[in-house]
Design a protein around this ligand. Sequence first.
Ligand SMILES: *[C@@H]1O[C@H](CO)[C@@H](O)[C@H](O)[C@H]1NC(C)=O
Ligand SMILES: *[C@@H]1O[C@H](CO)[C@@H](O)[C@H](O)[C@H]1NC(C)=O
Ligand SMILES: *[C@@H]1O[C@H](CO)[C@@H](O)[C@H](O)[C@H]1NC(C)=O
Ligand SMILES: *[C@@H]1O[C@H](CO)[C@@H](O)[C@H](O)[C@H]1NC(C)=O
Ligand SMILES: *[C@@H]1O[C@H](CO)[C@@H](O)[C@H](O)[C@H]1NC(C)=O
Length: 354
Amino acid sequence: MRARPQVCEALLFALALQTGVCYGIKWLALSKTPPALALNQTQHCKQLEGLVSAQVQLCRSNLELMHTIVHAAREVTKACRRAFADMRWNCSSIELAPNYLLDLERGTRESAFVYALSAAAISHAIARACTSGDLPGCSCGPVPGEPPGPGNRWGGCADNLSYGLLMGAKFSDAPMKVKKTGSQANKLMRLHNSEVGRQALRASLEMKCKCHGVSGSCSIRTCWKGLQELRDVAADLKTRYLSATKVVHRPMGTRKHLVPKDLDIRPVKDSELVYLQSSPDFCMKNEKVGSHGTQDRQCNKTSNGSDSCDLMCCGRGYNPYTDRVVERCHCKYHWCCYVTCRRCERTVERYVCK
Ligand SMILES: *[C@@H]1O[C@H](CO)[C@@H](O)[C@H](O)[C@H]1NC(C)=O
Ligand SMILES: *[C@@H]1O[C@H](CO)[C@@H](O)[C@H](O)[C@H]1NC(C)=O
Ligand SMILES: *[C@@H]1O[C@H](CO)[C@@H](O)[C@H](O)[C@H]1NC(C)=O
Ligand SMILES: *[C@@H]1O[C@H](CO)[C@@H](O)[C@H](O)[C@H]1NC(C)=O
Ligand SMILES: *[C@@H]1O[C@H](CO)[C@@H](O)[C@H](O)[C@H]1NC(C)=O
């Protein structure tokens, strides 16, 4: 009886694709917004790709946020590619937005990561925009309640995380709040993972300081609470991706919840990414499941991680080729104050999967 739920799922899925109801992260298509679109008039909102009507409404009423949100969509693409550069699934399919393949349309581990990263990125971008004074609607974040430590004082402009989280969640969760679309399990999964993304963002808030005092003596330090770079948040989320929990949608108490599939009856933790469907191994090309395969991918012969030729090429073997790299070399420091370098060429051996 194993095949049955899968058939059902596939049917539901085909239906969802046809009617285009699985909107979730289609807003990442904003990364393709032409720079010529000024986004300074509410009519521009309906020209944006990938938005559900609630998001178009948010665009109209918060037009000043839209440049930041477009920027966030671009950052998601960059951070995702960077975090997965050494993996078989390398996030290239995110560029198909808004028409994703099954790797991102189904409740996979990969989609769990992308939902979390997207939610983190939008709130990150808004909080940062508050700090740089780009948004009329918000100012610097609050001065922390605790003392800043000896020799330090609070100052500078903190990232306004609460505003970022509030507005970011409104925008990126809107597709999951649309009634009567998609499966309930998928919606719960997407909302949960988005919340995990925001939690990772909250956890990235750290104390940053700048030195003052005569000739860099650092007798006084001004400190504020600032967010880490998005790529660091992405690295944290990748760790959570690697240990993500498979869940099922099951009654627990009076309502159905997502609970870990394997035996134990603990609820899902707020910090863990969850997924409903297992992914293929991404070794071979299979458009149907959203696998691009690893043929012609570069691999690392000396690594023993996921980018090693053994793992990346799935045991198929690899072909060597030589590549030329140009580097700065023989650098010399001149008093005062510049450096001159020569350009050197060097050949390196590289490998691509068969
Ligand atoms: C919107 O931006 C364009 C291009 O920068 C400018 O020509 C136009 O006057 C602006 N419109 C409004 C309403 O600010
Ligand atoms: C953060 O932004 C919100 C929204 O504008 C604002 O109400 C709040 O005062 C800001 N926080 C601080 C501490 O300025
Ligand atoms: C990511 O994988 C795809 C499919 O295998 C490949 O075409 C692309 O070159 C890869 N991108 C990078 C940056 O390695
Ligand atoms: C290959 O992996 C090794 C060990 O992890 C690392 O030191 C090296 O920089 C990698 N080479 C490339 C080309 O990425
Ligand atoms: C390879 O793996 C071993 C054991 O798993 C580990 O101790 C070692 O540091 C790894 N080497 C590299 C280059 O990553």
